[in-house]
Write a protein that binds this ligand. Structure first.
Ligand code: SAM
Length: 261
């Protein structure tokens, strides 16, 4: 009998209807599949039934990883490691579909690592990921709302995001304290070219450091009050960070990079 470890965010999805729905979101047959944190293999089984060409799973828990090896024998490859340390981009020779009922404590860290490290050619076709509902709300938040912030800006830079399902805590065992949402991410064809994604990280951090304050202070800190940038991007410094839309943030990063080069 496996005892769930809280430290590894182990809440296993047990609702069969939801498992079937998640594994039916996109065509799996003959595709390469990567699953993050497969746990006891509940979603893994549903995915394998759809006959992927190749499947790799990354599971940090040694006991669960050994169980998965046993349970699925020659049907998949188990990487017993921390997803934050694995280079997913080199696991397959083609684009993959990524599934993950992510451990809540590192879900945004995993997603931001992937997005900020994306190269010209995307290594994935889509990401189908479960988040704590509040985190998902922040990822998909529109500007001028209180949930809008760094996470929304970073996640929407190169990816289209669709909210697929709202999933009640009772669908998991052990039952978590919060509900979840399943999001579907797929690459944007057009996005603003930023030279160094660390600058997107830096600028959003400085702007949202004091989210209730006007834009004047962070803007002056980064751009030394450059009126040309304000006019070009039509930015009103009496507004708050949440009143600036996505595109303007991406363009601001480009302006910042132009000034530094
Ligand atoms: N996918 C399973 C399911 O839906 O039933 C389990 C999901 S559970 C929320 C998160 C899983 O991620 C656990 O199996 C946990 O051991 C694993 N995990 C936690 N931290 C991890 C990490 N850094 N790298 C890889 N797996 C991790």
């Amino acid at each position: 009998m496996i005892k769930a470890k809280k430290s590894l965010g182990q809440n296993f999805l047990i609702d069969k209807e939801i498992l079937e729905k998640i594994s039916s979101i996109t065509m799996i047959k003959n595709k390469s599949i990567l699953e993050i944190g497969p746990g006891t293999g509940n979603l893994t089984s549903y995915i394998l039934r759809k006959k992927p060409k190749k499947m790799i799973v990354i599971e940090k828990d040694n006991e669960l990883a050994a169980n998965l090896e046993n349970k699925f024998k020659n049907q998949l490859t188990v990487i017993n490691d921390d997803v934050l340390k694995v280079d997913e981009t080199s696991l397959f020779g083609e684009k993959v579909i990524v599934f993950g009922n992510l451990p809540y404590n590192i879900s945004t860290e995993i997603l931001c690592k992937w997005i900020l490290n994306l190269k010209e050619n995307f290594w994935f076709e889509s990401l189908i990921l479960m988040f704590q509902k509040e985190v998902a709300d922040r990822i998909i938040a529109e500007f001028n709302t209180s949930n809008y912030g760094r996470l929304s800006i970073i996640c929407n830079w190169k990816l289209n995001i669709k909210k697929m399902y709202y999933i009640k805590a009772s669908a998991f065992f052990p039952k978590p304290k919060v509900d979840s949402s399943l999001l579907f991410f797929y690459p944007k064809k057009n996005f603003v070219r930023i030279k160094d994604p660390n600058n997107l990280e830096k600028i959003t951090r400085i702007f949202f450091n004091q989210r209730r304050k006007m834009l004047k202070k962070p803007f002056n800190q980064l751009f030394n009050g450059d009126q040309r940038v304000l006019d070009k991007l039509k930015i009103d410094l009496t507004k708050r960070p949440q009143n600036i839309n996505l595109e303007t943030y991406y363009k601001l990063v480009c302006e910042y990079e132009n000034l530094r080069c």
